[in-house]
Design a protein around this ligand. Structure first.
Ligand code: OSB
Ligand code: MG
Length: 369
């Protein structure tokens, strides 16, 4: 297959409620959507970069630059025998995983549509349903957080993740635990601590958390290995894992016992599959993270989670928690049992509502072979 055209759009969607973490507060979702076309078929890939470099170094602007000047020319010149060829073809470009992923995911989706197969089949997954969890941002106070948790538990979610930061950790976890003693619960610090906080983090050990996600630096592995020796709670890495090599190093050094797989952070589906396979071979559980994606990226995550190593519920939850009107029809919904049905139709498997995509678009550019 030869690509004929690659298009990038920038979209803005208001969020139902602001999402606050230790590093940022997001009120509107602004993101790039990549389309790849060949043989009259188009596939879509949603980019997880943001306007600012506060989660990881890439931004919408750096993604646009790297796509236009480096990745699109490589992809347009390539004879694609399978979409897994793209990640190695991009290897000369160092880093820029989110840019690589957005284009690679578009090609995977195009491939699935051309083959008239749901994406999960191309990825080597299965049909059925996946287990759904939620990520709850920092709230006004502990009472508001407990209320939010209660709402999600009542909706059926299988596990709850809450965001913490220094000064907003122990008391908040204690308040949630008191009300929900048996709830599968975890925390995410988004890099807000240092090794000097080890004792404070060890105080969380008594709350039977499933894991603590990314307590230390975004590019750190060594300090996490040291911290891990001082905690009973399992460490899960998010920001630190940019591909298979990072996952291997982290596991070899004992920096984590669980890995959060985000397709956009590891350069695309090929990177996600490689991390998944490595962890599975070593008996390490993985789960799929989220980046407040629209239905397009959200469904891509649903398909990925049908692979057998995804043994823990991820952060993929219902569209309605984020957007009044999603870009896909039907939107992503969660059953009262906390599961999401895996689509059976080609590609991501739900219709894209192009009128909504158009309305949300404020910039577009395309490149041809
Ligand atoms: O650390 O997992 C994270 C959102 C944006 C950036 C980083 C993270 C998150 C989330 C939300 O936790 C997951 C979601 O609901 O999509
Ligand atoms: Mg995280």
């Amino acid at each position: 297959m030869k690509l004929e055209r690659i298009e990038v759009r920038r979209l803005t969607l208001p969020l139902q409620t602001p999402f606050e973490t230790s590093f940022s507060r997001t009120e509107v979702k602004q993101f790039l959507l990549v389309s790849a076309s060949a043989d009259g078929v188009t596939g879509l890939g949603e980019c997880v970069a943001d306007v600012d470099p506060f989660y990881l170094p890439e931004t919408n602007e750096t993604v646009l630059h790297v796509l236009r000047d480096f990745l699109a020319p490589i992809a347009l010149g390539l004879e694609i025998a399978h979409p897994r060829d793209l990640l190695p073809a991009f290897a000369r470009v160092r880093g820029h995983q989110m840019a690589k992923a957005a284009l690679e995911m578009a090609v995977f989706e195009l491939w699935a549509r051309r083959e008239r197969e749901p994406l999960w089949r191309v990825l080597g997954g299965r049909s059925g349903e996946i287990q759904s969890g939620v990520s709850i941002g920092l709230q006004r106070d502990d009472a508001a957080l407990v209320e939010s948790v209660a709402r999600e538990v009542a909706a059926g979610y299988r596990r709850v993740k809450i965001k913490i930061k220094p000064g907003r950790d122990r008391a908040l976890v204690e308040a949630v635990r008191e009300r929900f003693p048996e709830l599968p619960l975890m925390v995410d610090a988004n890099c807000a601590y240092t090794l000097a906080d080890a004792e404070r983090l060890a105080e969380l050990d008594r709350f039977s958390l499933m894991m603590i996600e990314q307590p230390l630096g975004w590019d750190d592995i060594v300090d996490h290995a040291a911290l891990s020796k001082r905690l009973r709670t399992a460490i899960c890495l998010d920001e630190s894992i940019h591909g298979e090599d990072d996952a291997r190093r982290a596991l070899e050094l004992g920096a984590c016992r669980i890995v959060n797989v985000k397709v956009g952070r590891v350069g695309g589906f090929a990177g996600a599959l490689a991390v998944h396979d490595l962890c599975r071979a070593r008996g390490v559980p993985v789960w799929c993270g989220g980046m407040l994606e629209s239905g397009i990226g959200r469904l891509a995550n649903v398909h990925l989670q049908t692979l057998p190593g995804f043994v823990l519920p991820g952060d993929t939850s219902a569209s309605a928690r984020y957007f009044e009107e999603d870009l896909v029809d039907p939107p992503v919904v969660v059953t009262p049992r906390g599961t999401i049905a895996v689509p059976e139709r080609p590609g991501i498997g739900h219709d894209v509502v192009w009128s909504r995509v158009e309305r949300a678009t404020d910039f577009r550019e395309d490149w041809r072979a």
